[in-house]
Design a protein around this ligand. Structure first.
Ligand SMILES: *[C@@H]1O[C@H](CO)[C@@H](O)[C@H](O)[C@H]1NC(C)=O
Ligand SMILES: *[C@@H]1O[C@H](CO)[C@@H](O)[C@H](O)[C@H]1NC(C)=O
Ligand SMILES: *[C@@H]1O[C@H](CO)[C@@H](O)[C@H](O)[C@H]1NC(C)=O
Ligand SMILES: *[C@@H]1O[C@H](CO)[C@@H](O)[C@H](O)[C@H]1NC(C)=O
Ligand SMILES: *[C@@H]1O[C@H](CO)[C@@H](O)[C@H](O)[C@H]1NC(C)=O
Ligand SMILES: *[C@@H]1O[C@H](CO)[C@@H](O)[C@H](O)[C@H]1NC(C)=O
Ligand SMILES: *[C@@H]1O[C@H](CO)[C@@H](O)[C@H](O)[C@H]1NC(C)=O
Ligand SMILES: *[C@@H]1O[C@H](CO)[C@@H](O)[C@H](O)[C@H]1NC(C)=O
Ligand SMILES: *[C@@H]1O[C@H](CO)[C@@H](O)[C@H](O)[C@H]1NC(C)=O
Ligand SMILES: *[C@@H]1O[C@H](CO)[C@@H](O)[C@H](O)[C@H]1NC(C)=O
Length: 496
């Protein structure tokens, strides 16, 4: 199918939007009235000129879309506009999305259906996906989440969390949601799903919300999920949240949110999932870029679904508030067999972090980090065992998580303040760590830059900075050079 729309209607929609949203009110409320009047005159002139020139296909501010044909990825494809949708950024298109999904849900036995979203701003309330479905976003297509929370479905808490992450009781569902599905693809020519999170973040800060905010895309109890070639931005809460899913691939996706004041806008939270690949993504958000989780304290222990067999590679990530790649802090169902490789972390507070606390139970084991590059990062490698946030008072304070078999291979970078901070405790010691081939350029020449407490493990070959004395030293050939005499010594200094 070939997209043949002209650019002029598209441009009018744009102007309509801008007109509605900002220009006139903002300028009149400033005291610099003269300047404002000049600006308005200028924009109005350009507006008229643009309207005329749009007809001849000539635009200065926005290049016309060279409409790329929608590839045919399913036997049957629909156009969102076939269901009455209007891409003007104002019309609410929930019913169109629901009708489209309904039509596709009848095609399961015939290989499913594809929903093409053409260029435009497609405002909608939350809607559900169906199995054997491909959602394809054209270049210039943007699905916009409606702000008013009364349109957002309330759902029971996730069973492994027992309550909403921010409030007890029900939580808001996600903008794009799916449960018990199989074979779902969300892809495109880099079209966008935009949660318009700004109002949610503001309400959250002002404590006006009574329920936990909803993610942008959440797929639960599903398998064979592929998210690729799109942009996800400004989620109200976590951006992409596969929950208790199997066989999930996230490839070549851009995830954006402001790096400050966009609370809890994690990029990807793989939660109680197995067989997950996250690759070739660019993620810059207001919380963890990627977090591997598996439930919260007693609820996560009872639910008992680990996250395992996870490959994270070829990412560029940034997190000024939290970390590039995290495991936890909710990990009560266990996390194992995670590989994180070829990851570049820039201008971030922390690069890679494992976080947990007494009460979590569960385990984090068989984790390998390989070929990580840190640039301008405050703390590089972090393990934190006192991340004390609990769903309620019902957690078992003696449920100590076990952390072991964690490898850091080929870790490089520059401009790092504290390259390593491994903060185990008497109750939660960190065991069987291995460091090999590490050289991280530091910001300050100071002592406490490789910090450890209750750590047992080894260093193979020489690394920089020099390791804490808790670790055993081996040469490149694997021969013991010096055994640690003080695994439990603590040299943690949060002031540095
Ligand atoms: C989708 O519908 C719009 C509006 O009717 C039309 O401009 C466009 O050509 C259609 N695209 C496809 C692929 O059918
Ligand atoms: C999506 O499906 C779930 C499970 O059936 C349901 O609870 C929820 O209300 C649906 N959401 C929307 C927006 O229809
Ligand atoms: C990544 O996606 C963009 C569009 O979003 C596309 O142009 C590019 O070819 C994709 N890259 C790969 C390697 O698939
Ligand atoms: C996709 O769009 C995002 C946001 O506009 C942009 O940052 C990114 O570079 C684009 N990706 C590709 C591959 O063009
Ligand atoms: C939260 O609850 C209060 C008290 O019941 C109510 O006045 C307010 O409208 C609610 N806010 C939202 C966003 O639902
Ligand atoms: C995993 O899901 C993809 C679709 O995303 C599918 O092509 C593939 O066959 C699935 N793999 C397995 C082992 O089921
Ligand atoms: C992403 O886009 C590229 C370029 O159009 C295409 O070759 C590739 O198959 C797409 N990848 C996925 C996983 O959809
Ligand atoms: C670990 O996960 C990888 C996928 O990342 C998988 O290929 C491998 O079989 C898993 N190993 C074990 C022991 O399950
Ligand atoms: C290491 O990761 C970087 C990306 O951060 C990549 O460019 C480089 O090719 C990787 N090196 C190896 C040996 O895989
Ligand atoms: C170090 O602490 C662990 C418990 O965290 C304990 O089992 C071990 O005996 C202690 N080792 C020394 C040398 O004190």
């Amino acid at each position: 199918m070939v997209e043949t729309g002209t650019t002029s209607s598209w441009w009018r929609a744009q102007l309509h939007l801008h007109h509605h949203r900002r220009w006139i009110p903002t300028f009149f409320t400033t005291h610099k009235t003269l300047l404002a009047a000049l600006w308005i005159t200028f924009f109005f002139t350009v507006f008229l000129w643009q309207q005329r020139s749009a007809a001849s296909g000539f635009l200065i501010f926005r290049r016309p879309f060279t409409y790329r044909a929608f590839p045919k990825l399913r036997p049957v494809a629909f156009n969102l506009t076939d269901f009455g949708a209007v891409g003007d950024g104002v019309t609410v298109n929930t019913v169109a999305f629901e009708r489209a999904v309904m039509a596709i849900s009848k095609l399961g036995k015939k290989g499913g259906g594809q929903l093409n979203v053409p260029p435009g701003y497609w405002l909608t309330a939350p809607f559900n996906l169906t199995s054997h479905m491909t959602l394809f976003l054209a270049e210039g297509a943007e699905i916009l989440g409606i702000n008013d929370e009364k349109y957002w479905t309330l759902m029971p808490p996730l069973p492994s969390y027992g309550c909403g992450r921010e409030h007890p009781g029900p939580r808001y569902g996600s903008l794009i949601h799916g449960q018990n599905l199989k074979d779902v693809v969300i892809t495109g020519h880099n079209g966008t799903i935009n949660g318009q999170g700004q109002t949610w973040w503001k309400k959250y800060r002002q404590k006006l919300l009574n329920h936990t905010r909803g993610p942008l895309v959440q797929i639960m109890w599903s398998s064979d999920i592929l998210i690729s070639n799109i942009t996800l931005r400004d989620s109200p809460f976590w951006t992409l949240h596969p929950f208790d899913c199997k066989n999930v691939t996230v490839r070549n996706v851009t995830i954006l949110a402001p790096v400050f004041e966009a609370p809890n806008t994690d990029g990807i939270d793989a939660d109680s999932c197995e067989d997950v690949v996250i690759e070739d993504c660019y993620i810059s958000v207001g919380d963890d870029a990627v977090a591997i989780k598996s439930g919260w304290d007693q609820y996560g222990v009872a639910y008992g679904r680990p996250s395992k067999n996870i490959l994270i590679r070829n990412l560029v990530v940034r997190s000024m508030v939290s970390a590039g790649v995290s495991i936890g802090s909710e990990m009560s169902g266990g996390v194992s067999n995670v590989t994180v490789e070829n990851v570049y972390v820039w201008s971030s507070r922390r690069a890679v972090r494992i976080k947990t606390a007494p009460g979590r139970g569960g385990y984090v084991r068989h984790i390998t980090y390989r070929n990580l590059t840190f640039e301008n990062v405050r703390v590089g490698i972090v393990i934190k065992t006192d991340y004390n946030e609990h769903p309620d008072d019902g957690f078992d304070p003696k449920a100590f998580p076990s952390l072991h078999d964690i490898n850091y291979f080929s870790i490089h970078g520059e401009g790092v303040r504290v390259p390593v901070r491994i903060h185990g405790s008497e109750d939660i010691p960190v065991r069987k760590l291995t460091f090999r081939d590490m050289s991280v350029g530091i910001t300050y020449k100071k002592k406490h830059i490789f910090q450890c407490a209750y750590v047992e493990g080894r260093v193979i070959g020489t690394i920089f900075p020099a390791p804490c004395e808790n670790l055993d030293l081996y040469d490149e050939g694997g021969h013991l050079i010096r055994r640690s005499t003080s695994q439990n010594v603590s040299d943690i200094d949060y002031d540095f």
